[in-house]
Design a protein around this ligand. Structure first.
Ligand code: ZN
Length: 143
C-alpha cells in the first residue's frame, strides 16, 4: 500500500491550522507556505520512517508478536500525542484495535515497539488500560 504523501501533506496542513501544537515543518508551512523542496523533503522522510517501522513490524510479526505499543518521539504533535503508550494488535484481534499506518501524521516520528504482558504488569497495568479504542473512536469523529 503506497501512501500518497503529497495528498496527506495537503490534508494535514489544513488540519494543523486548528491544532495547538502542529509539528515544526507544518508550523512553518502554515506561516510561510510550502516550498516544493520542503514538501519533497517531508515526503521523503515520512516514507523512510514508514519503511523502517514496517520492516520492524514485519520482524515482530514473524517472531509471533501479537501486540505493539506506540512510543512517542520527543516532539510529537498534539494529534499524535494521545496515542502515546497505547496498545495495538498487529493483526485482527477482538479486543484490541489493529495498528494504524505509521507514521500517523507525516511529520511525527513515533514508533511501534513490542508490547509484552511482562512490560504491562511491571507498570501495574492490564491490556484494558492501554487499548486505544477510545482514542481511535475520537479520531474518527468528524472534526
Ligand atoms: Zn503528529
Amino acid at each position: 500500500m503506497q501512501r500518497d504523501w503529497q495528498a496527506e501533506i495537503d490534508r494535514w496542513t489544513e488540519r494543523f491550522g486548528n491544532e495547538p501544537r502542529p509539528p515544526a515543518a507544518f508550523a512553518r508551512a502554515l506561516r510561510e507556505g510550502w516550498t516544493p523542496e520542503a514538501r519533497a523533503r517531508l515526503a521523503a522522510q515520512a516514507e523512510a520512517h514508514r519503511a523502517e517501522v514496517d520492516g520492524l513490524l514485519g520482524q515482530l510479526e514473524e517472531g509471533g508478536c501479537e501486540f505493539v505499543r506506540l512510543d512517542l518521539a520527543d516532539d510529537d504533535c498534539s494529534v499524535c500525542e494521545p496515542f502515546g503508550g497505547r496498545a495495538f494488535a498487529l493483526g485482527e484481534h477482538p479486543d484490541v484495535p489493529t495498528r494504524p499506518p505509521m507514521p500517523f501524521c507525516p511529520a511525527c516520528r513515533h514508533r511501534l515497539n513490542l508490547l509484552t504482558p511482562y512490560f504491562l504488569s511491571s507498570l501495574g497495568l492490564t491490556m484494558d488500560d492501554v487499548t486505544a479504542d477510545t482514542v481511535l473512536r475520537d479520531e474518527q469523529e468528524p472534526a
